[in-house]
Design a protein around this ligand. Structure first.
Ligand code: NAG
Ligand code: NAG
Ligand code: NAG
Ligand code: NAG
Ligand code: NAG
Ligand code: NAG
Ligand code: NAG
Ligand code: NAG
Length: 588
């Protein structure tokens, strides 16, 4: 018996040593789609010998190459590696799923046609759709919070300039004297301390919104989800309509499909949020959260407005559970079908609806298939949908939907997704939005960003919040917005026309994106791409063409947009390895 165990161990050690070498040469050869598929095939061979062997080989190589700290390699690969190993055991490494995996991991094999799918609708559009007309009544105020990323392990005085996936925490190998000590209330390189969350919520309460929406990313792990629900409940007196973000599960991004044959699903997240949100969304919606993979709809008390919250993570390229079958699944976990049902019910009732979700659909990190199907739903229920609100990018942005994407004009602009800025200081000055809403049409009449300035010497003592800008005041005159018109899709389209010709106005927008903190320069090419992306509510229409072979890791970071300090899982680790092996080979 002991002998068999010994032999197995020796064999495992040999296999893993050899596997690491094989993996190294596959990594070194990866620079286009075929070589990426070959890399997956090598990974697959190892995964077929077992998850442990896979983790060992992948982790050893990551440590050997030194692109990340050993504990970062061990941590991320240990948590997310089993999902990749599971995927690879289930798929053909020459198929469409494998190509999509290469896209998600390394930005290779990016172009594959959209799988045609016509979303079924229970009824055709009404021949005489209900008209929602403004009576010019005073607007309702609504707060939009997003990406708070509260780090409950934030430690004042710890190292803020670290090489971990997240800083401002005490690590066993932290330097005795930090080069940059984490200050109270937050640091540019780190997620939000609890005190910053409290400070923002107190400001939201002071502004007295009729209700709030929260577009996700409290922070992963059971206790954090509960803690942020309690934090919101203790500070805000009006209802909150929350949605689930990619960071609101563990490991991050990992929402298994109901077809995945695993017990590692995110049901624990839905259970917690169902219980935690019931106080605001009511028992029926809370039941839905639990039974519809985190999605629900709820009536806003006293208004003919429904909030439909969708779990966008089943359309997110970095959710590695989406790659465990060669059978194409148009609507994982039925989220699109749920959205259709909720919108049909709203149409039947003569109510309007807002859709809220974490990940906006137009960016490069959303699956083009589901983005296209969602857009079909949007076009069908366009008379009912009065607004769409997202987060995730950590940026103050918008994406316009058109009735015909080949003819992007003001007349064809049918909807806009407004993207909320983040609280987390890692992506600019901490901020949230509030909207003035027409109580008859539920259109957005104004959108204002409220921020606190990280560079203010008073910030560590007590953050002060103030108006950063109002879209109506700042942008209205640039497009000649009439006083009685809302910030309609046509308004946002006309603004993109201004941005294309008025460099000053565009650069102002570029500064606004991060609330004047951590501004990234945007040259003419970047301006062109940025404007193209504003006109892309569908991800197939954006202009984010990744260039494989160039700065893979930067791309991996950008596809998560914010996570520079947070490591971002497998894509980050693997692209760092491929990049490092490349520069190693090119140096003499
Ligand atoms: C599922 O969870 C178990 C227990 O935490 C873990 O050992 C296993 O690796 C996980 N499997 C996947 C595919 O993530
Ligand atoms: C994988 O797909 C290729 C191309 O479609 C096919 O030739 C091959 O037989 C498949 N392999 C397996 C193991 O199914
Ligand atoms: C951050 O740490 C690096 C070394 O890890 C050091 O070179 C750099 O000067 C530090 N930055 C600051 C602002 O202290
Ligand atoms: C969409 O616009 C293109 C380009 O102008 C045009 O050729 C096409 O007919 C339009 N499609 C519809 C359905 O109107
Ligand atoms: C957008 O621009 C078009 C063409 O210049 C104009 O007809 C329309 O009134 C504008 N709409 C808004 C809302 O600014
Ligand atoms: C360009 O935008 C700036 C504000 O950003 C504004 O002051 C200026 O008048 C605009 N120029 C034109 C020609 O509209
Ligand atoms: C933040 O404060 C710094 C330092 O006082 C100042 O230079 C900067 O302009 C402020 N930023 C904004 C967006 O107000
Ligand atoms: C971006 O550049 C392309 C190619 O030069 C051009 O056709 C397009 O009109 C530009 N788009 C914008 C918004 O400037």
């Amino acid at each position: 018996m002991w002998f068999a165990v010994l032999v197995t161990q020796v064999f495992a050690a040999l296999v893993s040593g050899a596997a690491t070498d094989t993996l190294l040469s596959a990594v070194q050869n990866t620079d286009d789609c075929p070589s990426c598929l070959a890399l997956l095939s090598t990974f697959q061979t190892i995964a077929l010998t077992g998850t442990d062997a896979f983790i060992t080989a992948f982790t050893s190589l990551c440590i050997e190459m030194g692109t990340d700290d050993p504990d970062v390699c061990t941590g991320i690969i240990g948590l997310e590696g089993p999902i990749l190993a599971h995927d690879l055991r289930m798929i053909n490494t020459t198929g469409q799923t494998a190509e999509k995996l290469c896209d998600a991991l390394l930005g290779m094999c990016v172009t594959h046609p959209i799988n045609p799918f016509t979303v079924p609708f229970p009824k055709s559009p009404p021949s005489n759709p209900k008209k929602f007309v403004s009576r010019g009544r005073p607007p309702i105020r609504v707060a939009h919070l997003s990406d708070v990323h509260i780090d409950r392990m934030y430690t004042v005085g710890s190292e803020a300039n670290c090489t971990k996936s997240i800083c401002c925490r005490d690590f066993p190998d932290s330097p005795a004297i930090p080069t940059e000590p984490a200050l109270p209330n937050g640091n540019l390189h780190c997620d939000s301390p609890i005190s910053l969350g409290d400070s923002m919520l107190e400001e939201v309460e002071r502004l007295n919104p009729r209700f709030s929406i929260f577009t996700g990313d409290g922070k992963e792990a059971t206790t954090d989800l509960k803690a942020f629900n309690e934090q919101m409940a203790s500070k805000l007196s009006a209802p909150i309509f929350p949605s689930i973000g990619n960071h609101d599960t563990a490991p991050v991004n990992a929402f298994a499909r109901s077809t995945s044959h695993t017990t590692n699903n995110s049901q624990f997240v839905f259970d917690i949020q169902s219980a935690g949100w019931e106080q605001w969304i009511g028992p029926t919606a809370a039941f839905e959260v639990d039974h519809n993979s985190g999605s629900y709809w709820a009536q806003v008390p006293g208004l003919d407005l429904r909030i439909i919250a969708v779990n966008t993570q089943y359309w997110y390229k970095q959710n590695f559970w989406l790659y465990d079958s060669d059978v194409f699944q148009p609507d994982p976990n039925g989220i699109i079908a749920f959205l259709v049902d909720a919108l049909q019910a709203a149409e039947d009732a003569g109510d309007r609806a807002w859709i809220i979700g974490h990940i906006p659909l137009g960016k490069e990190d959303t699956m083009q298939d589901q983005s296209n199907y969602y857009d079909q739903v949007l076009q069908r229920y366009i008379n009912t949908i009065a607004g769409q609100f997202f987060g995730h990018s950590h940026k103050d942005q918008f994406e316009i939907a058109y009735s015909n994407y080949s003819e992007q004009t003001a007349a064809n602009a049918v909807s806009v997704g407004l993207i909320g800025p983040a609280l987390t200081p890692s992506s600019g000055n901490p901020a949230f939005k509030f909207y003035d809403i027409d109580p008859d049409t539920f259109s957005v009449v104004d959108s204002s960003v409220i921020f606190t300035n990280l560079s203010d010497p008073e910030f560590p003592v007590r953050p002060t919040w103030g108006l950063y800008y109002s879209a109506r005041e700042t942008y209205g005159p640039l497009v000649g917005l009439a006083p009685d018109e809302p910030l309609s899709p046509a308004f946002w389209h006309n603004l993109t026309e201004v941005f294309a010709v008025n460099e000053t106005a565009f650069q102002m927008f570029n500064t606004f994106i991060s609330r004047g903190g951590a501004v990234t320069a945007c040259d003419a090419d970047c301006q062109n791409t940025t404007i193209c992306d504003m006109r892309a509510f569908r991800s197939q229409n954006n202009c984010d063409t990744p260039t494989p072979g160039l700065s893979l890791r930067r791309r991996a970071t950008a596809s998560h947009e914010h996570d520079a300090c947070e490591g971002s899982g497998l894509a980050y680790i693997l692209s760092g390895m491929v990049e490092a092996s490349r520069s190693r080979m090119s140096s003499p």
